[in-house]
Design a protein around this ligand. Structure first.
Ligand code: NAD
Length: 523
């Protein structure tokens, strides 16, 4: 059996043959924009996952031995492969998610192209040995080196909203650090990951260095049990389960979880740009973006004008089954239960007094759509303002001033992304610094994810750890500190046997060193 039936021509992955031997079940993959089943993939059990991790562990030393240069060559080759095969790749992403070609280009394909080169180039610098000069008087003349060695096998567990970016994308730095990686894509969207595995093999990645474990929650849980480190992107509820399970084996985890990202529009904002970004930030990828604009707070003097523009722009959006570029603006709802969450949030808001100015209902089938929706008259008694909706909705609330906006923006268990809109850049940055979120933009939204040089992670219930930057690759390594004594005397001051005289000298020296109070600085 091939890993994907019918139209997806990806090479049969080794793990699928293992799955067949083990008699694993099969998971149907749907095109949410048409409702058609487009493929089936194996649902791997715990034993098959353990087997994949074992094989990856055996393959890892050979991959590490290639060094940064050898591994970078594979990354550059993979980049060329995905550019050459972009049409198949974009179609695979579009078909299993129901997203538009533009959303697949920006959110998945181009990001992966960029990431492959970014990590190939930066990894050697981020992971270079560090010479440390120790400050302790006991260590005078000694050399200390910190090295970053790969953890071994990294398990990457991904969600369905950006099946390439948030699954394979997180494997790139792990691979560049010298690890083997077992990928566990979402059971809703496994095809893009399988396609990428084919690409990596074509680019020269040795067999078993990056196998794919298709399956659902149990497959992911088994990966947590066997991996040396887990990189997870998904809901906060699943993140909690993963952290608890990883505690059993003391396996380190990095968790990128849900969000309820606020947008604060101050009275001196460029209303047209803010309205454009509010609509883009809420509706792109069908609103299924962890960093999407989930709620907006607008200062009273510009509230009416802002709402008028947002309603006009949202009303003009085209929705339907995505075809080629430019065919529609907003795609389908990828995950069936998500459509119910969106419906429930809108219903709950309306029951409590909110107004629907555009949309507010499901779109026409046979695919699964929810119409781009603008809600006003909302407050924090409503789920639309307090729980992650993860759909094409834009609830807008009027606020008295900056202080009220900040209080409401921080009234959430989440802390992923956020934005502030004002022409006064100093004020914008000051407000951004008071938002309890791992990331904040002034006069922008979403694009901060592309700054791979800077850490991107959530605080509060939005995550633990970060991707991107040196943090985003060092998390896939263990630091090993090596102290080297080159010209050691036969006997150091603190060696045995202890003597009254030497101890007294040591005490006096330490008292001299640390006993003085710090002088207060003159103002
Ligand atoms: P999910 O938590 O339902 O599933 C994510 C992955 O976890 C899937 O592969 C799933 O099979 C697996 N899984 C489920 N139960 C598991 C278990 N017990 N042990 C191990 N693995 C398990 O999330 P989803 O619905 O696929 O994705 C949407 C969520 O992801 C949203 O909350 C969104 O905000 C979040 N997200 C966060 C980021 C970020 O960077 N912070 C990015 C994208 C999406």
């Amino acid at each position: 059996m091939s890993v994907v039936d019918r139209k997806h021509e990806a090479e049969p992955a080794v793990e699928s043959r293992a799955a067949d031997r083990n008699g694993a079940g099969r998971i149907p993959v749907e095109n949410p924009a048409t409702g058609n089943t487009i493929a089936h993939v194996p649902d791997l059990g715990a034993e098959a996952v353990a087997d994949l991790v074992d094989r990856a562990r055996r393959a890892q030393p050979g991959w590490e031995a290639l060094g940064f240069e050898g591994r970078a060559e594979v990354m550059y080759e993979a980049r060329a492969w995905i550019v050459e095969n972009r049409d198949r790749m974009l179609r695979t992403v579009m078909e299993e998610t129901g997203k538009t070609r533009e959303d697949a280009i920006v959110g998945d394909w181009s990001f992966i192209c960029d990431s492959l080169g970014f990590w190939a180039k930066r990894a050697p610098r981020y992971l270079a040995d560090e010479r440390v000069r120790p400050h302790s008087p006991f260590l005078i003349g000694k050399r200390v080196v910190v090295r970053h060695r790969p953890v071994g096998v990294v398990g990457v567990i991904g969600p369905w909203n950006f099946p390439l970016n948030l699954c394979f994308g997180d494997a790139i730095p792990a691979l560049m650090a010298g690890n083997a990686v077992v990928l566990k894509p979402s059971e809703v969207t496994p095809l893009s990951t399988l396609f990428m595995a084919e690409g990596m093999r074509a680019a020269g990645l040795p067999g078993d260095v990056m196998p794919v474990a298709t399956g659902g929650g149990e497959t992911g849980a088994a990966l947590v049990d066997h991996s040396d480190m887990i990189m997870f992107t998904g809901s906060t509820a699943t993140g909690r389960k993963i952290m608890a399970r990883a505690a059993e084996t003391l396996t380190p985890v990095s968790l990128e979880l849900g969000g309820k990202d606020p947008m604060i529009v101050l009275r001196d904002a460029d209303v047209e740009r803010a309205a454009n970004m509010a609509v883009m930030g809420a509706m792109s990828n069908g609103g299924q973006v962890c960093t999407s604009v989930e709620r907006v707070y607008v200062e009273e003097p510009i509230y009416d004008e802002f709402v008028r523009r947002v309603v006009e722009k949202t009303g003009a959006l085209r929705q339907g089954p995505p075809a080629d570029g430019g065919s529609v603006d907003v795609g389908a709802v990828t995950f069936p239960p998500q459509a119910e969450v969106v419906e429930e949030h809108v219903r709950d808001a309306v029951d409590k007094g909110a107004q629907v100015l555009v949309g507010g209902e499901r779109g026409e089938g046979p695919g699964r759509f929810y119409r781009p929706t603008v809600l006003t008259g909302v407050d924090h008694s409503m789920k639309a303002m307090t729980e992650e909706t993860f759909g094409p909705t834009l609830p807008i609330m009027k606020v008295r001033d900056e202080e009220e906006a900040l209080r409401l923006a921080n009234d959430t268990p989440y802390g992923l992304n956020s934005s502030v809109w004002t022409r006064d850049l100093e004020r914008g940055e000051a407000v951004a610094r008071r938002i309890e979120a791992g990331n904040a933009c002034v006069n922008d939204a979403l694009v901060n994810f592309l700054a791979q040089e800077a850490p991107f992670g959530g605080v509060k219930s939005s995550g633990v750890g970060a991707r991107h930057s040196s943090q985003g690759i060092r998390k896939y390594t263990n630091a090993q500190t090596i102290l080297i004594t080159r010209f050691g005397p036969k006997r150091e001051l603190y060696f045995y046997p202890y003597s009254k005289r030497v101890t007294a000298v040591m005490e006096r020296l330490i008292t001299l060193l640390y006993g003085r109070r710090r002088r207060k600085r003159k103002k």
